[in-house]
Design a protein around this ligand. Structure first.
Ligand SMILES: [Zn+2]
Length: 61
């Protein structure tokens, strides 16, 4: 299970959506690469949350 370390990700509400929180930019970038590779997702942007000391991925380009 390669996702075992992400079994219970922290989330926070951003607008009407819950987004997964990443503790660091490196962790968010790693998750973005996995998503791009595994799901063929478009390039995901990493940005710092304005509500807390963590990072999110944005699928909106
Ligand atoms: Zn957040």
């Amino acid at each position: 299970m390669r996702y075992s370390r992400f079994t219970s990700p922290k989330k926070c509400w951003v607008g009407e959506h819950q987004k997964i929180c990443y503790a660091s930019r490196e962790e968010a970038e790693a998750a973005a690469l996995v998503a791009e590779h595994d799901y063929g997702a478009p390039k995901l942007a990493v940005y710092k949350c304005e509500y807390g000391n963590h990072w999110h991925l944005s699928s909106r380009v």
